[in-house]
Design a binder for this molecule. Structure first.
Ligand code: TRP
Ligand code: ZN
Length: 480
């Protein structure tokens, strides 16, 4: 929904959930060689070059689990230059002779593993590091090791299978990084798949006068005269697609909620006045969602209002969603709901996307029902009547170009409503939702986890519900 709804003031029920539709671009599966060659006496085997995601098989890498990213970036938006040092702390999940990181574009200046120079090979967005034989035992299964990659260049904008833009985007006065589903590798090397979450420290140095806003807690801001360095700290696990940096001229505001959550909002100065009213409602929306979805999962919240005309959609970047212009309340509710559904409980693969969008869309329905008195059944019925929602089953988008299409949002929300009807008690339904966000807090979940969880919580066999609403290819007769 939100991908095109950034400045759309229509009610959620009338907004089209479909991203700017592109030509039916087929997903070309490039067979990328990793060229690990001889292992130079290092025992173990190379980590896999991809995690076999059903839609993006080469995203992510096997053989290790990242626990922390420390990113130090120097950005000159006018020159479109970025230079960075990524220090990646990871735990080996096998004895590793070599391993991959994902990085799309940019030039690698140097790489070390455990302080010793590593051989670097690049093929497509696969970066293969072969550690020095002297550190082999530090890469044994279960050990934690540290990789440092220095890189620089002109970060690129990535075009998705559906034609929309992500990665590193230029704005009128700076840039913004958007990473769903693949774009984080345009600005830092990593294990670029939602299944490998990690904490982050992000430091961004920009020319004096500009502000760099990122995820998490604002940690410090230091000026040198010609530059300013902004540090951001993300203590909770974050998927790489949720990392962001927005650079430009911003009006910023910070406060703390009654529950002690840090609120930091930033609005591009040209839209700051128009954004003030809605941004002031962030704590109210968080509180309203806490009552329904459970404790807020993070130590910080907020929002970033940008003007990224190139993409034009909103994204639920962790702690602080990015909007393409002043959002309406429904869109704010949607992106903020993703903090629970997507950011804290993260899809295991891109096939589980409806767990994000279905629940975030349902949050909009709940808001409309609560604030505007629209019967939620009317919203369900409107979604039911919409042919777009029946293009394919939400739990099985046909191609990578479809993961943000109508069924994932609208029919995803219909699945949630059907669960509510099956529970047949609002108090128990919201307890079930809160139980779900608690069970997978700061983790990952699959569609199978969801259906098993709901069946256990309700004590009901809901095979028919899943077969019809989640996996069914055709619209059932009304009032089914
Ligand atoms: N997740 C965004 C939202 O609904 C929309 C979006 C942006 C998206 N990029 C995407 C959805 C890539 C799927 C794939 O708030
Ligand atoms: Zn969404």
């Amino acid at each position: 929904m939100s991908r095109i709804a950034g400045v759309d003031q229509r009610p959620a029920s009338e907004r089209t959930p479909v991203r700017r539709t592109a030509r039916a671009a087929a997903l070309v599966l490039l067979v990328l060689t990793t060229s690990t060659g001889c292992t130079g006496g290092v025992e173990g085997s190379p980590g896999a070059a991809g995690l076999r995601d059903p839609y993006f098989p080469k995203l992510g890498n096997g053989g290790y689990d990242v626990t922390h990213y420390d990113l130090v970036l120097d950005v000159d938006p006018a020159a479109h230059r970025l230079s960075g040092t990524a220090t990646i702390t990871a735990r080996a999940t096998q004895d590793l002779s070599a391993f991959n990181l994902d990085l799309d574009g940019l030039t690698v200046r140097s790489a070390t593993v455990e302080g010793r120079p590593a051989a670097v090979n690049r093929a497509g967005h696969e970066l293969t590091l072969r550690p020095d034989a002297g550190v082999a035992d530090r890469l044994r299964k279960g050990r934690t090791f540290r990789t440092v990659v220095r890189y620089s260049g002109s970060p690129k904008t990535i075009t998705d299978p559906d034609g929309s833009k992500e990665g590193w985007l230029r704005t009128a006065d700076g840039s913004v990084a958007l990473g769903e589903p693949t774009g984080s590798m345009a600005w830092f090397p990593g294990n670029n798949h939602p299944s490998d979450k990690a904490s982050y420290d992000i430091a961004v140095t920009v020319p004096a006068g500009l502000t760099a806003v990122s995820n998490g807690e604002p940690a410090s801001r230091r000026g040198s005269g010609t530059t300013t360095t902004f540090r951001w700290h993300v203590p909770e696990p974050m998927a790489s697609y949720l990392a962001t940096v927005a650079i430009g001229r911003f009006d910023t505001k910070s406060s703390t909620t009654a529950d002690g959550i840090e609120v930091f909002t930033a609005a591009d100065t040209t839209v700051a006045k128009d954004s003030a009213r809605i941004l002031a409602r962030v704590p109210e929306v968080v509180k309203w969602e806490v009552e329904r979805f459970g404790p807020y999962p993070f130590s910080a919240t907020g929002a970033i209002v940008e003007r990224h005309g190139d993409a034009g959609y909103a994204l639920e970047t962790q702690n602080r969603p990015v909007f393409a212009g002043p959002p309406d309340a429904g869109l704010l509710v949607h992106e903020m709901a993703h903090q629970w559904f997507g950011d804290s409980v993260t899809p295991e693969s891109w096939r589980d996307m409806w767990l994000n969008e279905g629940l975030a869309t349902y949050a909009e329905w709940l808001w409309e029902a609560d604030k505007e008195g629209v019967p939620i059944q009317d919203l369900f019925d409107a979604a039911f009547e919409d042919d777009d929602n029946w293009a394919f089953p939400p739990a099985d988008p046909p191609t990578a170009a479809d993961i943000s299409q109508a069924p994932v949002y609208g029919r995803g929300a219909m699945v949630v409503h059907k669960v509510r009807q099956a529970v047949d008690d609002d108090r128990r339904f919201f307890a079930l939702v809160r139980g779900w966000t608690k069970a997978h807090r700061h983790g990952n979940a699959t569609t199978a986890d969801f259906t098993a969880y709901v069946e256990k919580a309700t004590g009901k066999d809901l095979t028919e519900l899943w077969d019809t609403w989640l996996y069914g290819r055709s619209r059932p007769a009304p009032k089914d």
